[in-house]
Design a protein around this ligand. Structure first.
Ligand code: SF4
Length: 772
């Protein structure tokens, strides 16, 4: 609970000032127009009487430290924690929260939250008490297991605050079927490439403050970040004289702040990367010692890029050859203090695995890996396994069961089954085939992430859906059991489920917080929900901890701090880890080196061979190579001439926060529109495309693709180039806010065949609703 001390009044007043400044800072980073009215909304008396607690923001799960002012059980203020590894630029720097993080205050007391368990009876959801809901879930789970086998049940949990869902569903219930965000729907192509090449999925975050040269490749760092440390670190690097280059078709707020903006043609990142490699190799600017000793496949890479001149790339990317040459030389000369920040922009299209492989290759070439100013091998705290601490002999009932995608021949058409296994887009087909019959979903809504029409039909077919959620949406409405979860500010949390990157580039750290307020209504922390299910299933002996705090205490067995001590400080800096860690441990790859070529990775090689067999006119090999747009995913044509893809707004995370009033108002205000008239997302389109179709800002328009159509409000802007239309993720059918258009309702299920990443780029046409 909240702590109270003599410094509270001063702290709360300082907090108010910080929130105001931070909010305006975040809004300007978010490219917003207008001024927030939050300051005038705040009640100074309530603030001055408040107690102060800590939190770790879980709105986007990146755990920025929160200072929380609580008055009589109500959160009256919230801001960042100074010096926090995630909410600040580092030691002694001011901590802030982004608009999503600030909105958690509204979420805590939101009357629209689900605050009571529900179970399905006679086809209808009805309120239940907790014991009844646990017993009902257990009865249904046992029946499913007996009739079809536990392996037909899917664990679709994403960013829960502990890994307990993996234990309950994998080890105890015994299903090998799991989907999660990173590998399939977020940046799957880049995730797979980074891991197999040896830099890891975390290497997309740069040692910003030490960098002389930063390339934000398909990243809008000032609006879409993994904690406040990122934009703050980049701004600090710019103050220190670093150069920022942005590769992005759109003129984002990050492009506005960049020294150089490269408005690349969509999905041609691989061509730019190969041409940069060509220049670096031709001009002998690569790190010969690193390449010689620590890489695998360089000679073949040299041959591959030999004809990929800047002129060759210019025809594909639309960028001037001179600019390509210049960026390549500058990047190589600044290395190793040169980092490429890469995430969803090069991770979310059907050719993304190959494109990101070409981009990652540049890091091996210039040797910026785990060196100051380059990329980091981040290291998390040395947490203990609580099951080992308690000497619990945990079974692994999923071991030995073959996942359906590898078991049945109808899935042999999916080469990615050798690399990533089950994928988001294929679940509806597996439901239709009877290979998936039920699902546990926690902190996620698969209806937002691809193949939505098919997913909606699959929900009708599934025999058991168990959800842990805070809001009603099409998924929770289809559930058989709805468990209402307390939000992070209402529970004791140790941040072990967020990755290790932070503003402390050389330190391991640990962050924790106690509940700031009681859970709203009759909600419970996710830990308690999974423990309740486990006990009802007869597995109580395996989950002996009474609370998440007790479980956390055991996780800290190796660390010289108790959970209470860490939570009291909010974060503790542990030991230091050095640079060039590969010198001691090598790379986690089949060859122990950074790999340009992946032929020693068995699963990858098999996937490539199958793509070659199945896709005519494609001749893939295991190294970086040019794969033109349209090779796997669709591409604009006469009927559907526009690129349509979805974006993330700085105001919302994971599609649930659209129900909150403040973020929605801020989002509408950013577009100069009023949220009362329309509460959905906006289709951003260029003036030229809008004029051609007689469309103006505020018109309702229909987005049509081969799969179907959806309706959304238009916003005409020069920030998006001609030929492009974008809309924010998380609105429309299936979501908690059904106004606007679900961007994936017009998606036909296309996937990167090597990584299983959902292809979020769709060929589309747009017309004024009601027009021709
Ligand atoms: S980046 Fe924003 S939403 Fe994400 S954890 Fe930090 S404050 Fe919260």
């Amino acid at each position: 609970m909240s702590k109270s001390n003599a410094g509270e009044v001063a702290l709360s007043r300082r907090s108010l000032l910080k929130v105001s400044g931070a909010t305006l800072g975040a809004m300007s980073l978010g490219g917003c127009l207008g001024v927030l009215d939050d300051e005038t909304d705040r009640d100074l008396d309530r603030l001055s009487d408040a107690e102060v607690a800590y939190g770790n923001c879980w709105m986007c799960h990146h755990a920025c430290g929160q200072e929380v002012a609580v008055n009589d059980g109500t959160i009256v203020d919230i801001t960042g924690v100074d010096g926090h590894p995630r909410s600040s630029a580092g030691p002694g720097r001011e901590g802030t929260l982004c608009p999503k993080g600030l909105a958690e205050m509204e979420k805590a007391h939101d009357p629209d939250r689900i605050t009571q368990p529900y179970i399905r009876e006679d086809g209808e959801l009805r309120q239940a008490d907790w014991d009844e809901a646990f017993e009902y879930a257990a009865t249904r789970l046992k029946a499913l297991d007996e009739q079809y086998g536990a392996e037909t049940f899917l664990n679709a949990a994403s960013w829960a605050t502990t890994n307990l869902h993996e234990i309950v569903w994998g080890n105890l219930y015994g299903t090998p079927e799991r989907i999660g965000r990173g590998r399939h729907v977020c940046f799957g192509g880049a995730h797979l490439s980074g891991n197999l090449m040896g830099v890891g999925a975390d290497m997309r975050f740069v040692d910003y403050q030490n960098a002389d040269y930063i390339i934000a490749w398909g990243r809008n760092l000032f609006e879409s970040f993994a904690g406040q440390w990122e934009p703050k670190g980049v701004l600090e690097a710019l103050d220190n004289g670093a150069k920022l280059v942005v590769v992005d078709p759109q003129h984002t707020p990050t492009a506005q702040k960049a020294d150089e903006w490269l408005p690349i043609e969509p999905r041609t990142d691989g061509a730019l990367a190969l041409a940069m490699g060509h220049v670096i190799v031709e001009e002998n600017l690569y790190d010969e010692a690193f390449v010689e000793e620590w890489t695998y496949g360089f000679e073949r890479y040299r041959e591959e890029v030999a004809d990929k001149t800047p002129e060759w790339a210019s025809e594909r990317t639309g960028l001037e050859p001179g600019v390509i040459r210049q960026i390549a030389v500058e990047f190589a000369e600044a290395a190793p203090a040169a980092g490429i920040a890469l995430w969803t922009g090069v991770g979310q299209y059907a050719e993304s695995q190959k494109a990101s492989q070409a981009v990652f290759a540049l890091n091996g070439l210039v040797g910026n890996i785990d060196r100051p100013g380059g990329l980091r091998f981040w290291r998390g705290p040395p947490f203990s396994n609580p099951f080992e601490v308690r000497d619990i002999d945990l079974p692994n009932n999923a071991a030995g069961k073959t996942p359906a995608l590898r078991k049945y021949e109808e899935y042999e058409k999916y080469p990615f089954r050798h690399t990533t296994g089950i994928g988001h887009n294929q679940i509806p087909e597996m439901v239709e085939n009877g290979h998936i019959r039920g699902m546990y979903c926690h902190y996620d809504n698969p209806l937002t992430d691809g193949n939505t029409q098919a997913w909606l039909e699959a929900l009708e077919e599934m025999e058991l859906i168990i959800t842990v959620d805070a809001y009603w949406n099409e998924l929770t409405r289809h559930a058989d059991v709805v468990f209402p979860e307390a939000i992070q500010l209402e529970k004791d949390t140790l941040i072990d489920y967020a990755p290790a990157w932070s503003a402390y580039h050389e330190n391991r750290w640990v962050s924790a917080s106690k509940a700031a307020v009681e859970p709203q209504g009759n909600t419970k922390p996710g830990f308690d929900i999974l423990k309740g299910i486990a006990e009802a299933m007869g597995w109580g002996e395996y989950i002996p901890w009474q609370s998440e705090a007790e479980y956390n205490e055991d996780m800290l067995a190796n660390i010289d701090y108790s959970f209470e001590e860490v939570a009291q400080e909010n974060f503790v800096i542990l030991d230091e880890f050095g640079y060039e860690q590969w010198k001691d441990s090598g790379f986690s790859t089949a060859t122990g080196k950074f790999q340009f070529y992946l032929d020693e990775e068995d699963g990858y090689r098999r996937s490539i061979e199958e793509v070659d067999e199945q896709v005519p006119d494609v001749d893939l090999h295991t190294g970086p190579q040019w794969v033109p747009p349209g090779t796997f995913g669709d591409t604009p044509d006469g009927e559907y001439p526009l690129h349509f893809y979805d974006t993330r707004a700085v105001f919302f995370a994971f599609g649930a926060d659209q129900v909150l009033d403040h973020p929605r108002e801020q989002y509408a205000r950013k577009h100069g529109l009023a949220s009362e008239e329309y509460e959905g997302n906006y289709l951003v389109m260029n003036t030229a495309d809008a004029d051609e179709r007689g469309i103006e800002t505020g018109d309702m328009v229909t987005v049509a693709t081969e799969k179907g159509d959806g309706e959304v409000m238009a916003y005409v802007s020069e920030r998006t180039p001609p030929g492009f239309v974008t809309a924010e993720f998380g609105f429309g059918q299936g979501n908690s806010k059904e106004d606007g258009m679900n961007t994936m309702i017009v998606h036909d299920g296309q996937t990167d065949p090597i990584s299983s990443q959902v292809d979020r780029h769709i060929a589309a046409e747009v017309r004024k609703t009601g027009g021709d």
